[in-house]
Write a protein that binds this ligand. Structure first.
Ligand code: PMP
Length: 372
C-alpha cells in the first residue's frame, strides 16, 4: 500500500454525493446542485454539428478564438469588465478555473479567506495547494451576505486571496454593490487576489450582479455554462484576469487538460450568440419556486431568508435529526454544517426540482417531519 500525499489525506469526499448514494431513488431530491432543465435545442444542435463536421481535434490551449471573442463581449456587456481574447482561458467548468487559481497562486504559508458557509470545493482546492483557510462569517443576520468590514478584520500580512461567490452556494445570498466595491478596493490597497466565482450570475431575482473586476486589477473572474445553460455534464467554463495572472494559470491548464472539449466549446459559442429566451424562462421558473419554498418553510416556523439568487435556500433548522428524518420520509436535503461551521443549525435545500415536487416535499416535511 502506497501512502497518499498528506495534502490529499486531509480532504473528505463530498458529503452531498455520499448522501445520494445511500438514499432511496424515489425520494424527492432537494439536494441537487444543478438545474433540472435540458440544454436548449440550439446548443444541442451546434454540438451535434461540431461532431458531424469532425471538429474533434485539439484547439488552442486557451480555447477557440471565436469563443473567446464572444466571452470578451459578454464580460463587457454584462459585467463592465474590459478584457481581450488573450486574457481568457476556456476551462473544463468553473471547477477547473478554481483549481487553476489555487495551483498558480497559493502555497504553504498563504492565507485564503473563504466565505463560511461556502461551496465545498473552495476548501479542498486551498488544501490541495497547501494554503491556510481563514473563514469569513456570513451570518443569517446579514442575510448570509459577505460584508467588507468582516473581510477587513481577517486580513493579515499573509493574506494571499479571498474567494467571493455571489449569488452564493449554499445560501443564495447576493452581495451588495458597496461590499463588492469595498473588497475590490481592499484587494488593491492590501495587495491580495480576489477569486470571484460568478457561476450563478444569471440566476438572480430583482437584484443586480456586480463583478469586483470592474473595480480592481487583482481579480480572477470565474464563470461557466453549467448553471445558466444547464450544461453541467459538458464541463465548460471560462475565466479572465490580467495577462500576468493568465500566463501562470495557463501553465497549469496546458499541462493538465491542454484544452476544453471541442464539442462543449462549440455548444458554449452557440449559447453566447444564440437567443437567451430559455435562460429567462428558467430564471422566472426558479423565482416562482423560490417564492413557494420560502413561504412554505416560513409557515412551518423555519426562519428562511428570501434568497435573491442561485437555486438554494438555507433555512434555520435546529433539529439535528431533521436531514435524516426527512430522508427517511422521502425528501433529500443537505446538512448546512457540510458547508462550514456557520452552516450549523441550517439545512440547504435546492429548488432545482419541479414546482409539483417541491409542493409534495413541503407537504411531507410539514405532515411527517415537523409535526410527525
Ligand atoms: N462554483 C459554485 C459555487 C458551484 O456551485 C459550482 C457547481 N456546483 C461550481 C462552481 C462548479 O461549476 P462547474 O460545473 O462549472 O465546474
Amino acid at each position: 500500500m502506497i501512502n497518499p500525499a498528506n495534502r490529499t489525506k486531509t480532504i473528505e469526499l463530498s458529503l452531498i454525493r455520499k448522501m445520494f448514494e445511500v438514499t432511496n431513488p424515489n425520494a424527492i431530491n432537494l439536494g441537487i446542485g444543478e438545474p433540472d432543465f435540458d440544454v436548449p435545442k440550439n446548443i444541442k444542435q451546434a454540438m451535434k454539428n461540431s461532431i458531424d463536421e469532425n471538429d474533434t481535434h485539439y484547439t488552442p490551449n486557451k480555447g477557440y478564438i471565436e469563443l473567446r471573442e464572444e466571452i470578451v463581449k459578454k464580460f463587457k456587456n454584462d459585467n463592465g469588465i474590459n478584457t481581450n481574447p488573450d486574457n481568457i482561458i476556456v476551462t473544463a467548468g468553473a471547477s477547473e478555473g478554481l483549481f487553476l487559481c489555487a495551483q498558480a497562486f497559493i502555497e504553504k504559508g498563504d492565507e485564503v479567506l473563504l466565505p463560511d458557509p461556502g461551496f465545498l470545493s473552495y476548501e479542498a482546492c486551498v488544501k490541495i495547494a497547501d494554503g491556510t483557510i481563514v473563514p469569513v462569517d456570513c451570518t443569517m443576520e446579514n442575510e448570509f451576505k459577505i460584508k467588507a468590514e468582516d473581510v477587513e478584520e481577517k486580513i493579515t500580512d499573509k493574506t494571499k486571496a479571498i474567494v467571493l461567490n455571489s449569488p452564493s452556494n449554499p445560501t443564495g445570498a447576493v452581495m451588495e454593490k458597496e461590499d463588492v466595491k469595498a473588497i475590490a478596493d481592499l484587494s488593491m490597497d492590501k495587495n491580495f487576489l480576489i477569486i470571484s466565482d460568478e457561476i450563478y450570475e444569471k440566476i438572480i431575482y430583482d437584484k443586480k450582479h456586480y463583478s469586483p473586476a470592474k473595480y480592481s486589477d487583482n481579480v480572477i473572474t470565474l464563470n461557466g455554462f453549467s448553471k445558466t445553460y444547464a450544461m453541467t455534464g459538458l464541463r465548460i467554463g471560462y475565466l479572465t484576469a490580467n495577462e500576468n495572472y493568465i500566463e501562470e494559470m495557463l501553465k497549469i491548464h496546458q499541462y493538465n487538460i491542454a484544452c476544453a472539449s471541442t464539442t462543449s466549446q462549440r455548444g458554449a459559442y452557440e449559447a453566447l450568440i444564440g437567443p437567451q429566451d430559455e435562460v429567462n424562462k428558467m430564471v422566472d421558473e426558479f423565482q416562482r419556486r423560490r417564492d413557494l419554498i420560502v413561504t412554505r418553510l416560513n409557515d412551518m416556523g423555519y426562519e428562511t431568508v428570501n434568497a435573491e439568487g442561485a437555486f438554494y435556500v438555507f433555512p434555520k433548522i435546529e433539529d439535528e435529526n431533521f436531514v435524516l428524518k426527512a430522508a427517511k420520509e422521502g425528501v433529500i436535503t443537505v446538512p448546512g454544517i457540510a458547508f462550514g461551521s456557520n452552516g450549523k443549525n441550517h439545512v440547504r435545500m435546492s429548488y432545482a426540482n419541479s414546482y409539483e415536487n417541491i409542493e409534495k416535499a413541503m407537504d411531507i416535511l410539514e405532515e411527517r417531519v415537523v409535526n410527525g
